[in-house]
Design a protein. Structure first.
Length: 607
């Protein structure tokens, strides 16, 4: 084990996305102030990039936690060259230790091979930055620098990083303190509030003093008659008042007479005793005057503040049945080999698939669990050959397990056709088409035994005001067939939400997800489960099963989902009480999407 906690945490990284964020912050503090983080998928070989002020020099950044850093660097360089990014410099950041000779040779190779300058940040160079002028980043990345090597108090890392507004209070002032914390979060400030922090098992006074020393950029004690009688609270206020421009008293009531002989009484307060709005304005003016900058935009702060408000736990110790979107499958033991006289045309093959589940080995050979319909032009044979797929790993050039998977999925397609579902060639999915008179409601027997109905399509409105428009949605199944370690067959069913305009033309691009949000934003687990059960039961034709074929040659898919008994459960009453907050977040995101679309419309009009 490394004796240095920074090196140990870097060597044992598991969250690569967090490492990318750390690297971009390090580069921003190392001379690349205008760095543009990319990362994720679709970055075309670039984790970040930076353009010089003049715009004629491009620097590309590549980050890795892999131990085979040479192969990773070569792969990144080839990708950058293939994508024709044409950088003048490449910065390579890794968590491996390099010798000076390795750095020199690698830089010379990149210069000779690609004509780019290479700058390397290896493990030791990262440690040096995080131990010196950029040490505040340790506290800002707790997913990388985690306990026990970097302790936490009250949910915050105690590594030095004065970036948080600390709000201290007594129990009687809890409402004001939490309101102030969330209002500052709405403005984008990092806040920590005594009343909402995870302090269980800690010495509260000691934790607050540690955070005041290591993390606080401003200390905001809420003063009231009750607070003035708390000795530990007043001791913390006294310690904070020694530091210049650090303490801002927040008077929840007028306590000037009680503080007339103290140092706190000589500090001009935030006047919450006049109104909470006035006090908030005083606090924000003070933060701006002291140069305390928000860490998030107001829009991001608003979403974070809303997400942080959960009034109560939603987990109960009562056991609960838990269901999965997985269903048991029974497959026949043998497969027919059907030889054709001549190949079928595509239209004829598509029509045949609607009534017969087949897998195509080649244009003249079809494989199936049951004999073909009479009008299929078979080669002249007395009896169709068949084989046990369990005993033959491969036949007709295809693996038996792949053939079984395809035949089960094709059988479900046949069941969809029999149930009256329509085919969308645009999205390659079956769906419940919108009827002319409204929506399709299917009956179902729920997991609790009650009979009910659920809609499988319908109409919705997207947008507000003059931009509002009506559209349609249809639900369809996506099937994935698999086999577990005990050789049991299962099918996983996912609900696909197809969205179209009023003329049944499918949407494209971003319009798809925006309208799906409008349809599903109010659907929670119980809504998804009801539609899943309704879909499967709409396909069944034999008791509780979907059966395609006859007798022992039939494929049978149970419509009873896989289930377990979980020792804990979700408190639905508590969940309902916080549901409006989650819907508000969704509404914010949807309105942001709509505002973005309106801005695009205005730009087009201006052009």
């Amino acid at each position: 084990m490394s004796a240095d906690p920074i090196i140990y945490c870097l060597e044992h990284l598991t969250d690569y996305r967090q490492f990318e964020r750390l690297c971009s912050d390090l580069m921003a503090g190392s001379g690349y102030e205008k760095i543009d983080p990319l990362g994720g998928t679709g970055d075309r070989g670039r984790d970040a990039l930076h353009r010089s002020t003049s715009g004629d020099e491009l620097t590309i950044f590549a980050y890795t936690v892999r131990t085979d850093w040479r192969k990773k660097l070569e792969h990144d360089c080839l990708r950058i060259q293939t994508e024709q990014h044409n950088p003048s410099k490449v910065v390579f950041v890794c968590t491996s230790a390099m010798t000076a000779n390795e750095k020199d040779k690698t830089a010379a190779h990149v210069r000779a091979q690609y004509r780019w300058e290479l700058e390397v940040y290896d493990l030791e160079r990262l440690r040096m930055l995080l131990s010196s002028n950029l040490r505040h980043l340790v506290a800002q990345h707790p997913a990388v620098f985690c306990p026990p090597f970097f302790p936490r108090r009250g949910g915050l890392s105690v590594a030095e990083s004065p970036d948080t507004v600390i709000i201290d209070h007594v129990v009687e002032d809890h409402a004001l303190a939490t309101w102030l914390a969330r209002r500052l979060m709405l403005q984008g400030f990092l806040t920590w509030c005594h009343g909402t922090a995870p302090l269980a098992g800690e010495n509260v006074d000691q934790s607050l003093r540690v955070l005041m020393q290591s993390r606080a950029t401003q200390y905001l004690p809420v003063l009231s008659p009750s607070a003035l009688s708390d000795r530990d609270f007043m001791d913390r206020c006294g310690a904070a008042s020694v530091r210049d421009d650090f303490l801002l008293p927040c008077w929840s009531s007028s306590v000037g007479d009680l503080l007339s002989q103290s140092r706190l009484g000589r500090i001009n307060p935030a006047r919450f005793y006049i109104s909470w709005s006035q006090g908030l304005c005083d606090v924000i003016e003070r933060l701006n005057a002291c140069g305390v900058k928000p860490h998030q935009s107001p829009e991001s702060g608003r979403a974070i503040a809303l997400r942080s408000y959960f009034p109560e736990p939603v987990i109960s110790t009562t056991p609960e049945r838990v269901f999965a979107n997985v269903f048991r499958v029974t497959v026949p033991p043998s497969i027919f080999i059907c030889k054709l006289k001549n190949p079928l045309q595509k239209d004829d093959l598509d029509a045949l698939r609607q009534i017969w589940a087949l897998a195509e080995a080649n244009p003249l050979t079809f494989l199936s669990f049951e004999e073909p319909p009479k009008d299929v032009p078979l080669a002249d044979v007395r009896r169709l050959p068949e084989y046990s797929w369990k005993d033959f790993n491969e036949r007709e050039g295809r693996k038996s397990i792949d053939i079984v998977k395809e035949l089960v999925r094709r059988s479900l397609d046949v069941a969809c056709v029999k149930a009256g579902l329509s085919w969308c060639n645009h999205r390659k999915v079956y769906y419940f088409a919108n009827p002319l008179d409204g929506q399709t409601n299917v009956t179902l027997n729920h997991v609790d035994g009650r009979n009910t109905r659920v809609a499988m399509n319908g109409r919705r409105q997207y947008g507000w005001g003059d931009h509002a428009s009506n559209f349609r949605y249809q639900i369809g199944p996506r099937f994935r067939v698999g086999q577990d370690e005990e050789e049991e067959w299962w099918v996983t069913v996912r609900l696909y939400i197809r969205v179209t305009d009023a003329a049944n033309v499918p949407f494209e691009g971003k319009d798809i997800n925006r309208r799906r949000k409008a349809v599903t934003k109010g659907w929670w687990n119980k809504e998804w489960l009801a539609r899943l059960l309704g879909l499967m039961q709409a396909l069944r034709n034999s008791g509780t099963d979907i059966q395609v074929g006859r007798g022992h040659r039939a494929v049978k898919i149970s419509t009873l989902p896989l289930e377990w008994l979980c020792p804990v459960s979700i408190d639905l009453n508590a969940l309902e009480r916080i549901r409006t907050f989650e819907e508000e977040i969704t509404d914010i995101n949807n309105r942001a999407d709509w505002d973005e679309a309106e801005e695009s419309d205005e730009e087009l009009l201006n052009e």
